[in-house]
Write a new protein. Structure first.
Length: 485
């Protein structure tokens, strides 16, 4: 069996493992950012408008006010992607007579009604679907790069279940979705280049889709513009490495640009309709702007070393407390470059990860997060791609460190996914002890709990399902490895 052949069984096992996790655990019951996207979706479905006046009391700080009407200030891509499930939930609830979408829950002051919350949950399921697909793409890339089934699966699991990506994949927000779109677009483009190497010619629809995904990621999070360009240039470099002649490379670049046009048109039309100008952003017109958003451009100024260090090491905000495997990222890139493994790819990963961490260090509102700096989420898949080559590293210590720290990350997130992180955020002390204490005190929040199952059952059942997936993956990887012998 060719080492570059992706096992469909392994891929779907990974995909459904991630999908089960992301759809079962919802670490935000309600939040303003998800509410704004939900309101935009409901407004589009029910009234065909971008105005969210009827729902703005759920997210006052995340809205803009123009010409007497309120609009969601965030990039609209997440709401648009989730529109099918939002529409399904909206019309289903209306048919059942449960259409109090503008009311608060009488049992929980300040929390939207169950009808609004149900639509929000339905929208988040779409995000979870694409996030699961994005996490499984790490495995696909590993196999395409010629690494073993075991290593490709391991790195995919470390990323998909051992980083904050797993939590942002549970909510109707853009952090995990933009990460998924970027890695899916790159994996798709890399596969198209490989298909050209195998003599299948230029696949026009595939390149158009790649260009669209890269461009549409900017509609999900504006900050994705730079990574999208970096990935486009990386694909061009990979074309040249595959000995494609320049005229054919430029033809493919033209297809990428052509695929980006619909996403660009949507971007400018939405901004014009919602914010008064094709070149205006909602973040520049926030109705109740936080003072930290006044600095620089929409709250982004020059990077601060102190913020960078806190976002890495702070017991309350630092991402390394949750995913210490990330501290090995520079060593992985260095080792890969020293050994000559996919130089263009490793440089791209280094560029994207550096960009997002520096961007976070430049943002005044960087600390408003539960599980580390949320604005670096889109960098996380590219922080794990260099680990795919670890079997080729001469350093046994470095390989074992990846296993050890990756395992620690899985343990931490297996606890964190259960507990109400939105409540733990406001506790001033270190989050790791808070998470463990909340878990063992029975503060469990997942769909089994909300379905009315007893806390012990809601606690044990997900672990049993995880173990089942783990066993099936182990057995399937072993069978796939035996086929190659």
């Amino acid at each position: 069996m060719d080492s570059s052949v992706v096992s469909k069984r392994v891929f779907f096992l990974l995909f459904f493992l991630f999908l089960f996790t992301y759809t079962t655990f919802k670490f935000y019951v309600s939040d303003a950012m998800s509410a704004a996207r939900t309101a935009l979706g409901i407004a589009l479905v029910s009234e065909g408008t971008l105005r969210v006046d009827a729902y703005v009391h759920f997210f006052t700080h995340d809205s803009t006010f123009r010409d007497g009407h309120h609009y969601a200030c965030q990039a609209p891509g997440s709401a648009l992607v989730a529109l099918p499930t939002i529409a399904l939930a909206h019309y289903s609830l209306k048919a059942l007579g449960k259409d109090d979408f503008t009311a608060f829950d009488p049992r929980q002051p300040g929390v939207p009604s169950q009808a609004f919350g149900t639509v929000m949950l339905a929208g988040s399921l779409t995000i979870s679907f694409f996030a699961a697909l994005g996490a499984a793409m790490i495995y696909v890339l590993g196999i395409r790069f010629g690494v073993s089934q075991r290593t490709a699966v391991l790195v995919a699991v470390f990323f998909g279940l051992g980083t904050p990506y797993a939590m942002w994949a549970t909510v109707l927000m853009g952090h995990a979705l933009v990460a998924a779109f970027l890695v899916i677009a790159f994996a798709w483009g890399e596969a198209l280049i490989r298909s050209r190497e195998l003599g299948h010619g230029i696949l026009v629809p595939g390149w158009l889709l790649t260009g669209f995904l890269l461009a549409f990621s900017v509609n999900v999070e504006y900050t994705a513009a730079i990574p999208a360009i970096v990935l486009g240039l990386t694909l061009l470099a990979l074309m040249r490495r595959a000995d494609l002649p320049w005229p054919r490379c430029w033809r493919i670049v033209g297809l990428l640009v052509l695929g980006a046009v619909p996403a660009a048109i949507f971007f400018f039309v939405y901004n014009a309709l919602a914010f008064g100008s094709p070149f205006s952003l909602g973040y520049l017109q926030v109705a109740d702007k936080h003072p930290l958003m006044e600095q620089g451009f929409a709250g982004v100024a020059l990077p601060k070393v102190s913020v960078l260090l806190k976002s890495l090491f702070s017991p309350r905000f630092g991402i390394l407390w949750f995913s210490p495997i990330l501290i090995l990222f520079p060593f992985a890139v260095y080792e890969n470059l020293r050994q000559g493994f996919r130089r263009e790819l490793n440089i791209a990963c280094l560029s994207i990860v550096s960009y997002y961490f520096l961007l976070n260090a430049s943002y005044g509102y960087w600390f408003h997060s539960i599980n580390g700096p949320r604005h670096v989420t889109a960098a996380l898949p590219f922080a794990f791609i260099p680990f795919l080559f670890m079997d080729r590293w001469p350093s046994i210590f470095l390989r074992r460190a990846v296993w050890l720290l990756g395992g620690y990350s899985l343990v931490v997130f297996s606890f964190a996914m259960f507990v109400p992180m939105s409540e733990i955020y406001w506790r001033e002390y270190s989050k790791i002890p808070s998470i463990i204490a909340a878990f063992f005190s029975g503060e469990i929040r997942n769909l089994f709990y909300y379905a009315g199952l007893p806390v012990p059952v809601a606690m044990i059942l997900p672990f049993l399902i995880w173990v089942t997936f783990g066993f099936l993956l182990w057995r399937t990887v072993r069978q796939e490895s035996e086929k190659k012998m």
